[in-house]
Design a protein around this ligand. Sequence first.
Ligand code: IPE
Ligand code: IPE
Ligand code: MG
Length: 238
Amino acid sequence: MRAVPRHVACVMDGNGRWARRRSLPRTAGHRAAETAVIDVIEAARAAGVEWLSLYAFSTENWSRPSDEVDYLMRLVRRVVRKHAPLLLARGVRCRFLGVSDPRIPPELAQDFDDLTTLTGENRGMTLTVAFDHGGRRDIVEAARSLIRSGTPAGEVTEAVLAAHLPFPDTPDVDLVIRTSGEQRISNFMLWQVAYAEMVFPQVLWPDFRAPHFVECLQAYRRRDRRFGGAPTQPNGEH
Ligand code: IPE
Ligand code: IPE
Ligand code: MG
């Protein structure tokens, strides 16, 4: 097993609770999340993580009050524009997973396209921002694409189906980090997390910083990934 996970996926959770603890509106928690996002991108790069995926907005998050949704759209737009030069300079290749709902403001979709194009030649870490993402929807889309391709049922294997997922070059997730103590996957990259290790730090996302990220990597290193096989650690408890 690699000492550093190749693909880390973060469920950035706890913004609302962070704000509530300060008697602030939920939107203040989202705003405070920006620093954590940049810190984690830098920490992941520094640690040698090759793929970083961040869950920013789920297909289920459309059910939130419209003023919160509107705020998130404006905030993400501002963050994307503000940090584009940094991401370019750091060699980070950026792309956006999801982004299919007509409720996404066209100017935000344009900013996503612009950042994708701007950083498309970068060969450093690949940053996938899951926005308007649902893991089940991706699998349904893959099934549709597969059927359209006319592939005979007998020829459908896991690899063939995976090739029809959005961004099929994405490797399996090695480590899921979900902040705020919640322990669920909430429809995030369902196909890719099949054998991911998971850690659930208590810290709320707006307080999450590089040292927390490094702790998660250390926890990962202590895991014995067996993939259904026999234990690899001699004298292990298992
Ligand atoms: C995560 O924080 C951010 C998004 C889902 C956009 P939450 O807004 O879910 O924060 P909590 O879970 O209410 O604390
Ligand atoms: C998952 O968090 C989605 C993102 C972090 C973008 P939620 O806070 O929306 O998930 P649930 O509702 O607790 O499952
Ligand atoms: Mg939440």
